[in-house]
Design a protein around this ligand. Structure first.
Ligand code: SF4
Length: 320
């Protein structure tokens, strides 16, 4: 089980850090993928009307990346009112100090400002806990930076089971193989840093972004020896041009390879890898009704499970 906050179009960081893993997991598992539109409200409550189009864009990219709705369940969080109800119940036994010590809480407030310091934002990891527990999620694909969130979820679930009996499953993390993807400026690829290469970008736009990409700052002239291990261009060569990566690293270090030439080569391989995804995207972006239908069907399936879990939770608590 995994969820993602809809932030519109997905970038290559999402593809490598999450979506590839999402698709691979559907091969041998019964996977549930949540479009977490209630979570989007934590930072977008003043622009809530933008969320619907962000949902469509994100699901279009999920499908383009290879998620097949006949092999997994793709659903919309806000279509499952049981999630909100169970969040209220679990909130009663969750100490505020546990929420305050989740590392992203203070980090994000210092980045995004005090205006997001709301009750909803503080409770965000608790609602994530409910997202997982209500679907009876056993394994959650996460990046390294999300591990504290999952550990929080496990603690809350343990506390619930200790108080009311063994009703909820403790989820295990499934670490993504490529959790850290650099953006064009060398920092982590993120829309908020404006350093992303989008799945929806054209080949020309991708090449233009790669052309301006940050490289090893000590390699000023072509003949200067470079350090590929710290260069974001090389990161992408290693992922999308794996067979040639050792040779590229050797030629960079020896001064035989210049950054301009290497960037052109990397853009070519990146565009080739993204080409089938972009083709599928063009297909799905002309079919908004199909996206709505996929979410509708998936939400019905997910809701049936959520209703059963909530009923078990309320019985265990002696409610209803
Ligand atoms: S040659 Fe390639 S790997 Fe080496 S610093 Fe330049 S862009 Fe990076």
């Amino acid at each position: 089980m995994a969820g993602m906050r809809p932030t519109g179009r997905m970038h290559v960081g999402h593809l490598l850090g999450a979506l590839r893993n999402f698709v691979a997991l559907t091969e041998a598992n019964d996977c549930f993928y949540e479009v977490a539109d209630l979570h989007a409200l934590t930072t977008k409550f003043e622009r809530s009307t933008e969320i619907a189009s962000d949902v469509r864009e994100m699901v279009t990219d999920w499908l383009a990346a290879g998620l097949d709705p006949t092999r997994c369940t793709i659903y919309l969080q806000s279509r499952i009112p049981e999630i909100s109800e169970m969040a209220v119940l679990l909130a009663m036994l969750t100490p505020v100090s546990w929420l305050e010590r989740v590392p992203t809480y203070k980090d994000q407030i210092s980045t995004l400002g005090q205006e997001i310091a709301t009750h909803g934002f503080l409770g965000y990891p608790l609602m994530q806990t409910v997202d997982i527990a209500i679907m009876r999620g056993e394994a959650v694909p996460v990046g390294q930076d999300q591990l504290p969130h999952l550990e929080f979820s496990r603690e809350v679930i343990r506390r619930f089971n200790h108080l009311y009996g063994p009703v909820l499953l403790e989820p295990e993390p499934v670490l993504s193989a490529t959790p850290y993807v650099p953006g064009t400026d060398g920092r982590k690829m993120s829309k908020s840093y404006d350093n992303s290469i989008l799945l929806a970008d054209s080949d020309a736009a991708t090449s233009a972004k790669v052309e301006t990409m940050y490289t090893d700052p000590t390699k000023i002239r072509k003949n200067d020896p470079g350090h590929p291990e710290t260069c974001p261009v090389f990161f992408f060569q290693r992922v999308f041009n794996e067979a040639a990566a050792d040779d590229i690293a050797h030629r960079c270090r020896s001064g035989a390879l210049g950054c301009v030439e290497d960037k052109r080569d990397m853009a070519k391989h990146l565009n080739a890898a993204l080409s089938p995804i972009r083709e599928r995207r063009r297909h799905f972006e002309t079919k908004p009704a199909l996206i709505d239908e996929i979410l509708e069907d998936g939400s019905k399936r997910a809701r049936a499970i959520a209703q059963k879990t909530l009923a078990a939770v309320k019985t265990a608590m002696g409610l209803g």
